[in-house]
Write a protein that binds this ligand. Structure first.
Ligand SMILES: Nc1ncnc2c1ncn2[C@@H]1O[C@H](COP(=O)(O)OP(=O)(O)OP(=O)(O)O)[C@@H](O)[C@H]1O
Ligand SMILES: [Mg+2]
Length: 472
């Protein structure tokens, strides 16, 4: 343990010297001040773990000293010394942030025991702050990425984490919505209270209500004992309502009420239950469209959408792909005790060019699969990659690797060529069967044929027409 420093503020010289002596004899390094103003000056200059201050002082009072110190040094533990410990002054002192008070004249043992507790309190407070900082950084840091999209998102998370505002996380599946929800929780002062995720889309509609709000014994057949719901379990913590877009109209009303009034009833219960929860919601559907189509309540949408956080799909931040890959490789190496050397540049190019419809989750699963299948110490090469991913490059449709000509480009011709390429590649994939090519391109067969006619492509694949007629 380092040296224990203490600030003593006491106007009466005799007491000040007496206490200083006792403290120094017991190993404390004491700074003594005869009034509050001088004490504050010392505190600002040096900082103390613990202060012991008289209540009645010639200038500002001991209470004011404490309030002031707490404002710039919240972890300093303050003890009040008072000649007449009335309940009122004690209450006032505690309210100002004092840890406890000592009545004068106070015995040496009582003083030392109290100080022992005060230092313990101080180290707990410091540990708590450190822990909190650690969690905070480890959580936003867990969201990897150097792309501007991710950096902006991390900034937003840091700004809103420690507020009670409702956050709506929007993003395709596998983009990291749950990771963001956790970062919001662990970055808030609710971090040591429960984080309760609930997947509104995965729980059958008739069970969801009792999951969320709980039920009283006898509320329905089978309710043999009272059960608390997720909202109650999350008291003082965070509820994460995942896939909120899938929630029924009836439940939407109930959620709205919890958000507005912070209260609800258990199923079959008569009394309202009040909870203090922070709500974070997520969805991968377009809620605005759902509102327009009257599948989602407008008032609930506005209530949830206080702070929207948009997660970009992975294909919009391809620059983050190598970083994510090495992160997952490390993680999987640790978990599976399997080490591989790395990924060959050609394979990396393909991975960077792929569309990643399943986003980061798909990337993580693929890396795991590649590593499991690879021999120890091996290098991932293009032929290790699944066909689906390898064909990205073969089709030559990777627009991010497309270099724009220096002297400009004719838009219509470029688009025309691109369409032609797409059609030819699709036809190649399916051995020229137009119906299959149309399915692959998600076009009507007639639309495809119309396009082919206009581009003069019909003759080129005429030989396949016979097959086409049989197939379609
Ligand atoms: N930026 C990131 N950095 C590191 N790992 C990430 C990042 N984003 C997501 N992940 C990881 O990818 C996986 C999928 O993320 P998560 O479960 O949060 O996605 P989701 O959007 O909730 O997906 P779904 O819609 O399928 O529920 C998790 O293992 C998560 O840890
Ligand atoms: Mg999720």
């Amino acid at each position: 343990m380092g040296e224990r420093n203490i600030l003593l503020v006491e106007d009466e010289e005799y007491i000040r010297e007496n206490l200083t002596e006792i403290l120094e004899m017991n190993g404390y390094r004491v700074s003594a001040a005869p009034n509050g103003e001088a004490g504050l000056e010392l505190a600002r200059k040096r900082g103390y773990d613990v202060i012991l201050t008289d209540l009645k002082l010639p200038g500002i009072t001991g209470i004011e000293v404490i309030k002031n110190i707490k404002s710039f040094s919240p972890n300093t533990v303050c003890i009040i010394l008072t000649g007449y410990a009335s309940v009122e002054t004690a209450v006032e002192a505690m309210r100002a942030g004092a840890f406890t008070y000592l009545e004068k004249p106070c015995g040496k043992d009582e003083l030392l025991v109290t100080l022992e507790k005060a230092y313990e309190m101080h180290s707990l407070a410091v540990e708590n702050v450190n822990l909190k900082n650690e969690i905070k950084t480890s959580c936003t840091e867990a969201i990897l990425g150097t792309s501007s999209e991710i950096q902006a998102m991390r900034d937003t998370i840091e700004k809103v984490a420690d507020t009670d505002s409702t956050v709506l996380i929007l993003g395709e599946s596998g983009t990291g919505k749950e990771l963001v929800a956790r970062a919001l929780h662990y970055g808030s002062s609710r971090f040591n209270k429960p984080f309760v995720p609930i997947n509104c889309g995965a729980i059958p509609e008739d069970l969801l209500e009792s999951e969320l709000f709980g039920y009283e014994k006898g509320a329905f057949t089978g309710a043999i004992a009272t059960k608390i719901g997720r909202f109650e379990a999350a008291d003082h913590g965070t509820v994460f309502l995942d896939e909120i877009g899938d929630m029924s109209a009836a439940l939407q009303v109930k959620i709205l009420r919890v958000l507005q009034e912070k209260e609800f009833e258990r199923l079959g219960g008569r009394s309202s239950i009040k909870v203090d929860v922070r709500v974070v919601a997520a969805t991968n559907i377009d809620l605005e469209v759902a509102v327009q189509e009257k599948r989602f309540r407008k008032d609930l949408f506005y209530r949830l959408n206080v702070i929207p956080i948009h997660l970009p799909p992975l294909k919009n931040r391809r620059e983050d792909i190598p970083l994510l890959i090495s992160h997952f490789m490390e993680k999987i190496a640790m978990r599976k005790k399997k080490y591989i050397k790395g990924i060959a540049p050609e394979a990396m190019n393909i991975l960077e060019a792929y569309e990643w419809p399943g986003n980061i989750r798909e990337l993580e699963n693929l890396i795991e699969r590649l590593m499991v299948l690879k021999e120890d110490g091996g290098v991932i090469v293009p032929k290790d990659l699944p066909d689906k991913i390898r064909s990205t490059k073969a089709e030559g449709l990777n627009l991010t690797s497309f270099t724009m000509p220096a002297d400009g480009i004719d838009f219509n011709t470029a688009v025309d060529n691109f369409e032609r390429d797409l059609i030819m590649h699709a036809l190649n994939r399916v051995n020229g069967v137009k119906k299959k090519a149309a399915d692959y391109l998600k076009l009507n067969r007639t639309t495809l044929i119309e396009k082919m006619k206009r581009k003069g492509l019909l003759d080129a694949v005429d030989s396949a027409e016979a097959v086409d007629l049989v197939e379609s």
